[in-house]
Design a protein around this ligand. Structure first.
Ligand code: FES
Length: 78
């Protein structure tokens, strides 16, 4: 399996409104941590996630978290 690109070795800490978001799994989006369609032609697809209320989140940008789309600290081992 192809490995994703490491977009950054720290999470994107954002305060997001309630809604549906598409987290980039391939690491190639220019709009990290969200999908911009840059995965086309690869085996990756974005991962949808939903927030039911306004929330501060830490979204993984190294793309190797075991709790996607959220940071689990995996970037510290890269
Ligand atoms: S650009 Fe990375 S999953 Fe879409």
């Amino acid at each position: 399996m192809t490995k994703p690109v490491i977009a950054d070795k720290k999470p994107a800490v954002l305060e997001l409104e309630a809604g549906t978001y598409y987290w980039c799994t391939c690491g190639q989006s220019k709009n990290q941590p969200f999908c911009d369609g840059g995965h086309q032609g690869t085996e990756f697809t974005p991962q949808a996630f939903e927030l039911t209320e306004k929330k501060k989140v830490a979204l993984c940008q190294c793309k190797v978290t075991n709790n996607p789309p959220f940071c689990d600290g995996a970037h510290s081992k890269l």
